[in-house]
Design a protein around this ligand. Structure first.
Ligand code: 5RP
Length: 252
């Protein structure tokens, strides 16, 4: 395991051979250096954010952090944080957070994100939109030139009512960039994947560059069946990227 983050990219040194999970841990631990006693923290969801939540739990146990309040972005993170003894709250009681740490599926050069391949995009966006500082932690495989250009899913959370109709509307919306809309299903039983909020996820796959992201965001949200989408535009204040040659910290 890698406990001490590498802080300076070193092109002169040979690259370190770390697994993807070790890189995630390096980025997550680096982000936890921003956490101070007394903070209200957004706790992210996914395999990268999990490392940050584990580390926060460890620092609390050791007495190196005190008076932390965590606001989990999913039921899964809620369970994890509970098991670590992290005191928890919600947006009703703490509408302003000091800091959130979360992973991402894609990060573009302007620090725009795709999130939600883990299915928690709605709570993530609600919570991370209320943070003074939103630190995104990724391994270098998440870096893309254009959001949606990796050929992987752009998640959209929709209400289950007439989901086929909403999926068709979304696919038609992006006809010009070769869009396919697919209902996310559970691999175990083929049933629709249901989010923590009781909704479905439509994954959009694009053949071409999406173009104007703000216009795409507005167009998606204009559909009444849509609850939220996984583009996080202009929200990240810091992105921490772990790669074989070290850690890069990008600030807004
Ligand atoms: C969950 C998310 C995750 O942050 C995103 O999917 C990244 O996950 P991982 O760290 O496991 O790669 O948005 O909804």
């Amino acid at each position: 395991t890698v406990d001490t983050p590498i802080t300076v990219p070193s092109p002169s040194l040979p690259p370190l051979i770390l697994t993807q999970d070790e890189l995630k841990k390096v980025a997550a631990y680096k982000a936890v250096e921003f956490v101070k006693s007394g903070m209200v923290l957004g706790l992210g969801t996914g395999s990268t954010a999990k490392h940050a939540v584990d580390k926060i739990g460890q620092l609390l146990r050791q007495g190196d952090l005190k008076d932390i309040v965590g606001i989990p972005t999913s039921k899964m993170t809620h369970e994890q944080a509970l098991s670590l003894g992290i005191p928890l709250s919600d947006l009703d009681s703490h509408p302003v957070l000091d800091l959130a740490i979360d992973g991402a599926d894609e990060v573009d050069p302007y620090m725009n994100l795709v999130k939600g391949r883990g299915g928690s995009l709605l709570r993530e966006k609600m919570i991370e939109g209320c943070c003074k500082k939103f630190v995104v932690v990724v391994d270098e495989s998440k870096l893309v030139k254009h959001l949606g250009g990796s050929g992987l899913a752009m998640p959209v959370e929709i209400v289950p009512f007439c989901w086929k109709f909403t999926a068709q509307r979304l696919q038609l919306l992006f006809n010009e960039v070769g869009c396919v809309a697919k209902l996310r299903t559970c691999s175990e039983n083929g049933q629709p994947f249901v989010t923590d909020n009781g909704n479905y996820i439509i994954d959009l796959y694009f053949e071409k560059d999406l173009g104007d992201l703000n216009a795409a965001s507005d167009a998606i949200l204009r559909n009444p069946g849509v609850v939220e989408h996984g583009m996080f535009l202009g929200m990240a204040t810091t992105v921490i990227i772990a790669g074989g040659r070290g850690v890069t910290v990008k600030n807004k």
